[in-house]
Design a protein. Structure first.
Length: 409
């Protein structure tokens, strides 16, 4: 078939379909008028469709008259019902599911992962080099400040101390004898006094070197694993043991930049540890860093969590939470938020009719969406049946009693 024949056949089919649509749909004429089709053309189409219905054979004239009489009788009795059915068919209420609008707070809670450390931690090292002679502490033992943890060999230091004591005694006797002799010059007396002072200093140095052979605890706390054994040669850079004061734990975490102004020292903090599931520890913000990290746009926060029962350890990971007042916004179900060319909106049900209400999404949460809109707490928004909802159309809420049932009751 040639192309002009195909085009002609397509035009004929489209024209026939248009005529059938105008004849079958009462509101088709209004639609064509809105599209700019002249009224004469619409009337001509309707007249052409009406002519076949008006033309009948002579043998069927009486039957048509009888049918017309019956139709008039039935029309008078069912006119009201037909009108009601026509209106009901055009404005049938759409069945929808609604959810009430709640109130939510944006940025009301900060959650972050933090790392704990002891309030004070010291790595104990010897103050002198030597050989470990004695270990006087074990792992996990509670120690106090000044307690001897280990000793180095001190034979040489003891000898030096004894020599210093002898030298001091000699210098003291010489100085005392010179003071009582009139024949000794003042210069010799002064030299004897200087020698006595030097001997005292030498003795103090020897005693200090001897005391440094004892490795003592600098703070109160719990001793860790002892890293040396008896007989090991150590230097001033050798780690002997680590002592942690864990009466309180410092938890360092990183907060997003938007919380930089909201967080202040002394604010309450909640921390939970994987090692203690279900148990929440309370604390307070102790320190805030003075700058925001430009790479991650976060700020370092340090919180202090008391540990009176000694159930927390340094190095633990903590899930830290903080609560803020924040700003309050309407909270709707995530299914209620729809989108079109102008942005986001929800269908608000008022007087059993649907009203399109524009919203601006403020914060998305797994179970709710905070929006900025003219919604009040308790308003009903559509969450299911959204595809059939139209502006101003009647809706029927799923689960709500029907008007006919309420009237009958």
């Amino acid at each position: 078939m040639r192309i002009w024949k195909q085009l002609l056949l397509s035009i004929v089919v489209l024209a026939a379909g248009l005529c059938l649509w105008v004849f079958m749909v009462p509101s088709a004429g209004e639609t064509l008028a809105k599209m700019g089709v002249p009224g004469e053309v619409i009337a001509a189409i309707r007249s052409e469709q009406a002519q076949p219905a008006a033309i009948g054979t002579a043998g069927n004239t009486n039957a048509a008259a009888r049918q017309q009489g019956q139709g008039q009788g039935q029309g008078q009795s069912g006119a009201g019902q037909g009108g009601q059915r026509g209106q009901g068919g055009g404005n049938r209420a759409t069945l929808v599911v609604v959810e009430p609008v709640a109130t939510g707070t944006v940025n009301d809670r900060l959650t972050a992962i933090g790392s704990g450390e002891a309030i004070q931690s010291v790595v104990v090292m010897p103050q002198a080099a030597g050989t470990i002679h004695e270990i006087m502490v074990s792992s996990g033992e509670k120690v106090v400040k000044g307690q001897v943890l280990a000793r180095l060999d001190d034979d040489e230091q003891i000898i030096e101390r004894d020599k210093a004591q002898v030298s001091l005694k000699s210098a003291q006797e010489k100085s005392a004898s010179y003071k009582n002799l009139q024949s000794v010059s003042r210069l010799d007396v002064l030299d004897a006094q200087i020698a006595e002072q030097a001997a005292k200093l030498a003795l103090s140095t020897a005693e200090l070197n001897l005391r440094r052979r004892d490795i003592v605890a600098p703070i109160d706390g719990i001793a860790g694993i002892v890293a040396v054994n008896i007989g090991d040669n150590v230097t001033t850079q050798t780690s002997i043991v680590t002592i942690d004061d864990r009466s309180a734990i410092l938890v360092d975490f990183w907060a997003p930049e938007r919380f930089a102004v909201a967080i202040e020292p002394g604010q309450a903090v909640e921390a939970s540890s994987i090692a203690r599931p279900g148990q929440v520890f309370t604390g307070k913000v102790e320190a805030i860093d003075n700058r925001v990290d430009p790479a991650s746009r976060t700020m370092r926060i340090r919180a202090r969590v008391e540990n009176p029962d000694d159930v927390l350890r340094a190095g633990m990971a903590f899930n830290v939470g903080m609560r803020f007042e924040g700003e309050k916004y309407p909270s709707v179900d995530p299914l209620a938020v729809q989108w079109d060319g102008e942005g986001s909106y929800v269908w608000l049900v008022q007087d059993n009719k649907s009203v399109k209400t524009r919203v601006r999404v403020v914060q998305r949460n797994p179970d709710a969406v905070l929006v900025e809109a003219g919604l009040n707490e308790g308003d009903r928004v559509v969450t299911e049946g959204l595809q059939r909802v139209r502006e101003g159309a009647p809706v029927r809420i799923f689960g709500a009693p029907d008007k006919a049932e309420v009237a009958s009751q």
